[in-house]
Write a protein that binds this ligand. Structure first.
Ligand code: SF4
Ligand code: SF4
Length: 426
């Protein structure tokens, strides 16, 4: 893909040499982890294509949208409401946070003991390798964990267009009022950015577009209840990751096509893993592209991942926005209601998340839970201990993993995962 996009990358100010290096590593990782899987649904060829063009054709599309006067907004968190962005005909994209890059440079401005996800965002900026960040007209940061909140003060000096959204930490009336006020402030900010004023019709359209994409991914999730599972966890994770990058209408169609194929696989009792393979529910920190390490370890050890309790997964995509309102105010309330249910570990207390893990465990007929915490992620690592205790008390086998984006611990993780899967076997 490289040659035809070089001038576009140059115009975006990317460091071409470093960017080539990144694409090479990404391509090799994808080949080793994804393309080597067996019995993949044919529909996954669409996602193979999306990934192969993630810095190429998709960026070209964004540049074409910008040339036509539309805006691109980048985000790091599922609390940024895509409905409002779509209502002003802008495009929301997830920013790259799934791989280490320019770590030495990053550690000159952020403490070494910052989570990989935050360091990755800074590494992609400092290394000049993220075309999404460079093409964004507005980058939205959010006051979630302390690491992100404080690092945005530093990011402010690196990007000219950072907008910081405040977020509540408690599910109280005051918490909801804060989220509501922040979503109205965000609405005004995107209206100002685009010159488009949001009316009920526009907001309804935005809500429908995002609801449809969520419905498609819900459909995919439900099909994973079958035994044998009709799709690998790695492929389902990829579909969840692409949720943040692709054109929403095209994405919805592509996921629905895969679901049609999976339905016929279920009828024929086909899947990439044999019936009875240990079924794993993943829970914990989000996994952004190309953070595939732990799912790859699990599935190459014979387990099959049947669900993700994660922001790149069901925590991020569950619940639709009620589109029944006829005024902007009513629809905005519905948007707030939907997002206020997101049970990120930044909330205290956060009992809904544990309930959701248990529900998913039962619904997807899992045999065990693997809790994934990124090293130095206070909210999820601290929460993982009571979550593990409570699950174990209910007889749900749980393995707590703490790791980063490096590959040094692959051998050790594999040994632990294999031992866990052994315990789950009937
Ligand atoms: S884990 Fe929390 S901070 Fe991270 S994307 Fe999800 S909601 Fe946002
Ligand atoms: S993984 Fe944890 S520490 Fe890192 S950005 Fe997300 S919530 Fe914050």
């Amino acid at each position: 893909m490289s040659e035809q996009y070089v001038s576009m990358w140059k115009d975006l100010g990317l460091d071409l040499e470093a960017h080539d290096m990144l694409l090479e590593v990404l391509g090799k990782g994808y080949q080793d982890i994804y393309r080597n899987q067996k019995e993949r649904p044919e529909g996954m060829s669409y996602f193979d294509f999306v990934l192969s063009e993630v810095h190429g054709l998709r960026i070209k599309e964004l540049m074409d949208e910008k040339a036509a006067g539309r805006k691109v907004i980048g985000s790091f968190c599922v609390f940024v409401p895509e409905e409002i962005v779509r209502a002003v005909d802008a495009t929301l994209v997830g920013l790259c946070t799934g791989a280490d890059f320019a770590t030495e440079e990053v550690e000159k401005i952020l403490p070494r003991n910052t989570c990989s996800l935050i360091k990755s965002a800074f590494g992609f900026k400092l290394g000049k390798v993220c075309p999404y960040m460079e093409s964004a007209d507005m980058i939205v940061g959010e006051n979630t964990c302390d690491g992100k909140k404080k690092s945005y003060e530093t990011l402010q000096n690196l990007v000219p267009n950072l907008y910081v959204m405040d977020l509540p930490q408690m599910k109280s009336d005051e918490g909801r009022a804060l989220l509501r006020a922040e979503y109205f402030r965000f609405k005004e900010a995107v209206e100002k950015l685009t010159g488009v004023s949001i009316d009920a019709e526009r907001l309804k359209k935005g809500i429908a577009m995002v609801n449809n994409k969520r419905k498609a991914i819900h459909r995919l999730s439900l099909l994973r209840k079958a035994d044998p599972a009709p799709i690998s966890g790695l492929d389902a994770l990829l579909a969840n990751q692409v949720f943040f990058y692709d054109d929403p209408v095209r994405y919805t169609d592509s996921v629905n096509k895969i679901c049609d194929e999976l339905e016929s696989r279920i009828e024929k009792k086909e899947g990439p893993f044999p019936k009875g393979a240990p079924r794993i529910l993943m829970s914990g920190c989000p996994m952004a592209v190309p953070n595939w390490k732990l799912p790859w370890i699990i599935e190459s050890s014979g387990g099959v991942i049947v669900g993700e309790e994660s922001c790149v997964g069901e925590r991020g995509t569950r619940n639709l926005v009620n589109d029944g309102g006829n005024t902007v105010d009513d629809l905005m309330e519905a948007v707030v209601d939907r997002y206020f249910k997101v049970d990120c570990a930044i909330f205290t207390p956060n009992p809904d998340r544990l309930t959701h893990v248990e529900e998913m465990f039962r619904e997807y007929k899992a045999d065990g839970v693997i809790h994934y915490g990124l090293q130095f992620c206070q909210p999820y690592i601290v929460e993982s201990m009571p979550v593990e205790k409570s699950l174990e008390e209910k007889g749900i086998p749980t393995l707590r993993i703490e790791t980063d984006y490096g590959m040094e611990d692959v051998g050790q993780l594999k040994t632990r995962v294999e031992a866990f899967l052994e315990v789950l076997k009937p």
